[in-house]
Design a protein around this ligand. Structure first.
Ligand SMILES: [Zn+2]
Length: 418
């Protein structure tokens, strides 16, 4: 019942009066169909995604997240159809904004846009500042948005900027500037300037602990991750990625780093793409048979440390440059025998469960962050495929519920204190 009520309120939003009945009926039909097809356990579980890219496309193409789209992965109607209850609502400030030092401005505007769009769609989604908020919002039949930033809030790590973002409602932040080493922490894809983190990094971690903000170390170097675990009073998160034991690339976690995160009570989100989870795809790429555009998008984009030039010396020029890249979806091709299915994601989850335990593994799709999705996952509508594959592994209901969302909820409660 709750999802039907949510959907009803959603379709009221963007529609002109004459189209209302028709759209409402067709959307309702879609939701019921998905519900019949997915496992009952999925619809009965709390489902939370640790990394969903929002507000890049919405900003650059003037799109509302409540509007159903036919391409990309992310919009609220499709989130509802996938049975999603909560998400890390991840705004993004990529490398292109760094040469002109537009990172703080971009972070402020995508965060504010997210707040505005959530408010506009408040019949279906609300901002959650802690775990109790998530539960309260879910009880009303709505999706909870936990505001998260990927990329730089300020390359110099100004703690007052961090506090300002907290005041706006941001509750999770990536320590690195995406793939870029900052003045306080090394990225796994950039120069190891600090051998991990430095004293400023430790100050920022202390501040985030004091504020009750969730620390995200996805894209950090393994030394930086291990040192962050040691420096933080709270558990930390690695919201989206994979394991080097599955695919040995810098963006994946070493077993040592994964164990360190879990030992402190942290949570590891499994990203949905082939680059981190599909050994066949990795080998195929190494053999150089990948078309060049696929290679560029499948690997960590080598766009950090860009020079300042005529093309990027205003924020408007950077916007124009990024605009055609939206939505951020994999557009390359790969041979049919290499393209994985969701069962491979389940195997990666199982690797993690065997390595660190069922309390520390969760979902971090990276939808609209370039993931090379499995053949049976189109977009946010297909979260039930993961549940189906976890059931096939013979996992208990309780273990599946933890992976689908309860582990995120637990770590958010521990860090935010609410
Ligand atoms: Zn990322």
């Amino acid at each position: 019942m709750k999802r039907r009520e949510v959907l009803k309120s959603l379709v009221l939003l963007p529609m002109a009066g004459t189209l209302l009945t028709k759209c409402e009926n067709s959307s309702r039909h879609n939701v019921q169909k998905v519900r019949q097809e997915g496992p009952a356990l999925h619809w009965d579980s709390f489902v939370m995604d640790g990394h969903v890219h929002v507000m890049s496309r919405q900003l650059l193409h003037n799109i509302d997240i409540g509007q159903r789209l036919t391409d990309g992965h992310v919009d609220l109607p499709r989130a509802i159809e996938g049975g999603l209850d909560a998400m890390f609502f991840s705004v993004y400030t990529p490398e292109e904004y760094y040469p002109g030092r537009f990172e703080t401005k971009n972070t402020l505007r995508v965060l504010q846009l997210g707040i505005d769009q959530i408010k506009k769609n408040d019949a279906v989604i609300e901002i959650a500042l802690n775990a109790s908020d998530i539960e309260r919002i879910n009880r009303k039949g709505k999706i909870a948005a936990f505001l998260d930033l990927e990329g730089a809030f300020d390359l110099e790590g100004d703690i007052l900027v961090l506090r300002a973002l907290y005041t706006m409602g941001l509750r999770c932040l990536q320590l690195t500037a995406h793939n870029t080493t900052t003045s306080f922490i090394d990225s796994c894809s950039d120069a190891a300037v600090w051998g991990g983190i430095n004293d400023l990094g430790r100050d920022i971690i202390r501040e985030m602990n004091d504020l009750g903000m969730v620390i995200n170390v996805a894209h950090a170097s393994m030394d930086a991750i291990i040192q962050t675990v040691e420096a933080s009073r709270h558990p930390i998160t690695y919201t989206h990625g994979g394991f080097r034991g599955i695919v040995d690339v810098p963006r994946c976690l070493s077993d040592e780093a994964a164990k360190a995160i879990a030992a402190k009570g942290g949570v590891i989100g499994i990203q949905f793409g082939s680059a981190f989870n599909n050994p066949k795809f990795h080998e195929w790429r190494l053999q150089g048979r990948t078309p060049s555009n696929t290679q560029r998008r499948a690997s960590s984009p080598p766009v950090f440390n860009l020079p300042l030039n005529e093309q990027n010396n205003t924020i408007a020029k950077v916007d124009e440059h990024l605009k055609p890249q939206m939505p951020m979806v994999f557009t390359g091709t790969m041979p049919d025998d290499i393209w994985m299915s969701a069962d491979q994601l389940a195997r990666v989850i199982d690797y993690g469960v065997n390595l660190v335990g069922e309390d520390y593994i969760a979902l971090g799709s990276d939808f609209e962050g370039w993931p090379e999705l499995p053949r049976d996952i189109r977009d946010m509508r297909d979260y039930p495929q993961i549940t189906t594959e976890l059931i096939k592994l013979g996992y208990s209901e309780q273990r599946i519920r933890k992976i689908l969302g309860l582990n995120w909820l637990r770590v958010i409660r521990e860090v935010t204190g609410g």
